[in-house]
Design a protein around this ligand. Sequence first.
Ligand SMILES: Cc1ncc(COP(=O)(O)O)c(C=O)c1O
Length: 335
Amino acid sequence: MSTVTLGEGNTPLVESTRIGPELGLRRLMFKLESCNPTGSYKDRFIAAEVARLLRIGAKACVATSSGNTGSSLAAYSARYGMRCAIVVNQNAPAGKLMQMQAHGALLLRVREFVSDPRVTQQVFTDLHSFSATYNAPLVVSAYRHCPIGMEGVESLGHELAGQADHIFVPVGGGGLYTAVARGAGTKSRVHAVQPARCSTVAAAFARGDDEIRPVHSTTRISGLAVPFDIDASIALRHLRANGGYAFAVEDEEVFEMQSWMLAEEGIYCEPAGATALAGVRRALERRIVRREETIACIVTGHGFKDPESIAEAAALHPDRVVDPTTLAQHLQGIL
Ligand SMILES: Cc1ncc(COP(=O)(O)O)c(C=O)c1O
């Protein structure tokens, strides 16, 4: 089998219809990574990583994930006949867990994994040792662990190169930012947007130093809660070389952007996918971007993955069970 693919990549870059004009921007674009086969940009990583695993003859692998890497790995493993075990934190969103289970992965929800440094360290030690003993490679979406798979994500930067003056990227561990900055080259300013409640890269950027300090994460944005340095140092180096800025945004701003994208752009994304837009608003306030410049936000993951995060927006528009004889009367509600 020569190529590993489920049709990932070449995702739509759509122009904003309402939010851009409301912000006074001439051209705001959304790069819909939510349109990838399993609903997130991680498919670019997993396609490249699974190709590598098949080349080295792996029959099984183990992975850590906040949810999206696991969803993607489960799907591609099902397709290429590989067995996988996926370790996630116990609070991973329901949609992501269901994807992993539905594709037949062994799903292990470990209490305090990622949130507690001691537990996290122990899990990684155990996974490395299992991996070495049973020849089951460890899959983590970060350059530190899987540089060849991460090269697959650089295609996202290539697709955006020359398309925008500014690209806004949500940051958790920092691998995605690194891949986009590498792929986009020097044609765009690539900015990092991170939750203030889990600020590693953005905090170092604000301090003006190169030290990534571990933090206690309290963010509720799934995918962006990485409180220690996985690819944060490398992302910070790329950020400085690129001339981009880092923004630390509140969770509430992210949820507000998610609701805005639902209501006024028809974009159904998970909170991490709305984080870039929160950075755009900050950049406008600080005059880091000009209104006539072209701006691209990376919408990294689909809303189906995290239904709980959408429930509040949906509840604003309650449905009604109606008697067929009263239908015409109820339809008046849209007039
Ligand atoms: C939807 C989504 N967006 C953004 C990110 C952040 O990527 P990174 O951890 O490489 O910074 C993740 C990571 O899991 C994610 O799932």
